[in-house]
Write a protein that binds this ligand. Structure first.
Ligand code: UTP
Length: 274
């Protein structure tokens, strides 16, 4: 079945990026004049996604406004003969809907809100704070694996041992270069991580995940963790971990955000455009 729908959970507090995230969602952090979430929506669309649900919170209306048309501004640009600027207002072509998560109870809770939108289809999840620079979109890489095995696929990457405690980490059986069978998964292991393969923010999931999410109790940090629901689902459904290629930048980390800006500011096409 073709993967046509995606959920982008963007309702977290962004506490690592305070104080700016008190007023500016990290998903709206600018990268070459566009907000981070624009690139993630672009990645989804370029991977074949047609319908997107973005989970927001009460103070993230800016994300909704960004993907809406601004008729007043469009009229102003047209009337003042600034037609060339109109194309700057275009956003990726997908049907985008929004739902509010009343309280940031965790990624698992945010995803659960997408159940009526997804219905009974396999779907993608893209965390908007993880950005990848690679020719082939990371989600597209996962969708190819999904199409081959018809099973859940989680994007993973090798991470330094001392940093694994910040991630979901898979226990795996290696199948081939980049491809692993997931046999266990732990959220933020403080000791003895089961591998050096950390979950990065891209997934293709079977809709059964919702029934596991509904039964999931708060885990690490008192949050409803997607990792815990995935762990339960492993008892009934196969899951693969695919080592996505490409450089990953977690824009919730100051260091990664600045590294990404530096990388993008050396982008010749962009500099020529200025
Ligand atoms: P993170 O844990 O990376 O983001 O969640 P956060 O909670 O916003 O940031 P920090 O850790 O406090 O700095 C991964 C993604 O899941 C979303 C976040 O918006 C982020 O994009 N999320 C997280 C939700 O939508 N709802 C939640 O309750 C938690």
């Amino acid at each position: 079945m073709k993967i046509k729908k995606a959920i982008i959970p963007a309702a977290g507090y962004g506490t690592r990026s305070l104080p700016i995230t008190k007023v500016l969602p990290k998903e709206m952090f600018p990268i070459n004049g566009k907000p981070a979430i624009h690139y993630v929506v672009e990645e989804a669309v370029a991977s074949g996604i047609e319908e997107i649900l973005i989970v927001v919170s009460r103070n993230k209306n800016m994300i909704i406004d960004y993907f809406d048309r601004s008729l007043e501004l469009e009229t102003f640009l047209a009337e003042t003969n600034k037609h060339h600027l109109l194309e700057k207002l275009s956003v990726p072509e997908a049907h985008i809907q929004f739902v509010r998560q009343p309280y940031a109870k965790g990624l698992g809770d945010a995803l659960e809100l997408g159940k009526p939108f997804i219905n009974e289809e396999p779907f993608a999840v893209l965390l908007p704070d993880d950005l990848f620079i690679e020719k082939e979109q990371s989600l597209k890489q996962l969708i190819k694996v999904y199409e081959k095995f018809n099973s859940n696929v989680i994007g993973v990457q090798k991470v330094k041992k001392e940093l694994l405690k910040n991630y979901g980490v898979i226990k795996e059986k290696n199948i081939s270069t980049r491809l692993h069978e997931v046999v266990g998964i732990v959220e933020k292991p403080q000791t003895a991580p089961p591998s050096n393969l950390a979950v990065v923010g891209r997934y293709v999931l079977h809709p059964d995940i919702f029934s596991f999410l509904m039964k999931t109790k708060p885990g690490v940090g008192g949050e409803i963790q997607l990792t815990d629901a995935l762990k339960e689902m492993l008892k009934e459904r196969n899951c693969y971990g695919y080592e996505v290629s490409g450089e990953r930048y977690d824009i919730g980390s100051h260091k990664d955000y600045y590294k990404l800006l530096k990388k993008m500011n050396n982008d010749k096409d962009y500099l020529d455009e200025l």
